[in-house]
Design a protein around this ligand. Sequence first.
Ligand code: ADP
Ligand code: ADP
Ligand code: MG
Length: 642
Amino acid sequence: MFQKILIANRGEIACRVIDTCRRMGVATVAVFSDADRAARHVAMADEAVHLGGPAPSDSYLRGDAIIEAARATGAQAIHPGYGFLSENPDFVQAVEAAGLVFIGPSTRAIRAMGLKDAAKALMEKAGVPVVPGYHGENQDPADLEAEAGRIGYPVLIKAVAGGGGKGMRRVDDARDFADALASAQSEARNAFGNPSVLIEKYILQPRHIEVQVFGDGHRAVHLFERDCSLQRRHQKVIEEAPAPGMTPEIRKVMGAAAVRAAEAIGYKGAGTIEFIVDGSDGLREDGFWFMEMNTRLQVEHPVTEAITGIDLVEWQLRVASGEPLPARQEDLHITGHAFEARLYAEDVPAGFLPATGRLAHLAFPDWARIETGVRQDDTISPWYDPMIAKIVTHGPTRAVALRALETALVDTEVAGAVTNLDFLIALTRHDGFRAGQVDTGLIARDLDDLIAAAEPDPRARALAVIGLAGLADPAVKGGATLWQPLRRTISWDGGDALVEVLGPGAARVTLDGTPHEVRWQGERWWVDDTLRRNRIVRHSAGVSVFGGRTVTLVPLDPLARDAVAGGEALTLSPMPGLVKSVHVEAGQQVKAGDRLAVLEAMKMEHSLTAARDGVVAEVLAAAGDQVEAGAPLIRLEEEETA
Ligand code: ADP
Ligand code: ADP
Ligand code: MG
């Protein structure tokens, strides 16, 4: 076993790898960018090496600096995590040339699976079923359109170099093919520097079922399947294992196909074979097709660990250090069912735009498995993936594990950045999902209901007002004496309410003209005679109510207002990027939190919102402008008050 390894990543996955290293007595070296000096993965590692600026190209993508850091610290091997350099064959080559071990597959295996067209051709030869379609070299638009006609609509155009759901277009009608092709190619050229595409039959009512494989370079085993059908725009939201409706017979056939795929390329380490499955009429032995292989540890690997009891990072370290495969196929078994939900800082109603912010409050249930790279008071910066945590639950049955996921999410508390938490909770309550009727279109079909179910409810807001009034502080809420008759207006950024104390432990909160009766009784909160599972938490950014749907009220801060010279406020570009759209014009009145503009940077879209109420004095950027970090975009002035 290695004595010391370097982890060439950040965030939750770097922390996850360090956890296993600690348990195995392997020393760890973290690397970090300027934005991550105080990050959790740096604090957890035995040593840490600074790489450079916050942009990935100046830090986590600098293979040369990372290899140098490994040498300087005496690390024997490099764990790449996922993303960044994990699937970059040139990096693997450089690591090996430096006399270090890359904890992952060979350069050859990564190259074989790197492009979707070549991978499909290779899999076809190995006898693995692939999605019917065209994956040849010819990229002539007319020929591609003819191929699409031959395959039969609907078809899916895919970037051969694609990943993360980018460069993909579904086409239902030949008339739309040319436009869809052009836009897929341009997205692929921008995102991957490679405009080549392939055409696939679009599988109706598709399910995404993938098989975890593990190889030693010659032989491979599989660790069963994960169902990742709950997706939004081809990106996974909640994953589970095993797949609903899977039978031992189909599992055997899919597992054997995945092992064949891995052995065909002499695969070493952890990998995932992704299949698209026709879910229109139950699962069938001839109803699954190879889509692609991810030659790394997958984001959702914890659900596999939960049902198999195996630590996949431990296996990675053991096989990379020269040990044989730790188990034979017949030693591997499934116990129970597991779910993983991806908690992101993102603005769901605004179209799931990535969000940023300082996590003024962060708490998780201690009984669920939580994978996170942040702590309370850390910042979700615009530079990286806005993931806050992965929440993983395991139970004897699917129903129990899903209830546990719902409870774990309800017990999760985040303030300081908007998140998809309420959306995730709504998903765990979705009837079709509960019944195991999953397909990749589920979220899109029911999106409006899922978002509406996540809208804040007035009773939780009434509790937040109680918090702002100071009536929920531990010393106050139980003590009758402090609930003196009182009537006052409580204001916060974006609204106000009237609070009238009615007696010990009872108050009336009038919000938007509607009175709500709040009581603290039997150590629980009641609103309008309904028992609430809510928790009221005061933190540095204000007051939040957790437990179902998060409500956060930020008190008005007169000092912060005065600090903005002359009542003006400038919205600055947080990073270099492209202004995608501007949503306000001069003279328009805006409220704190209103969307002002959308910036595209780091291949993601970021919503820029008003820091406070005001009137737009000047719009300093237009859609299509390339802007620098710190460039002024919108100038607000204080509303004229008579
Ligand atoms: P996976 O296929 O592993 O389940 P996704 O498909 O959701 O993951 O993620 C898309 C890709 O984005 C991943 O393959 C990974 O390479 C990259 N990615 C995701 N999160 C991060 C991150 N925190 N840092 C860097 N890259 C990431
Ligand atoms: P990426 O590299 O971006 O992960 P994939 O090839 O894995 O690309 O496809 C991503 C997602 O797109 C899949 O999980 C699935 O939801 C959908 N998808 C891919 N191929 C098909 C297909 N042929 N028919 C229907 N849906 C598909
Ligand atoms: Mg994929």
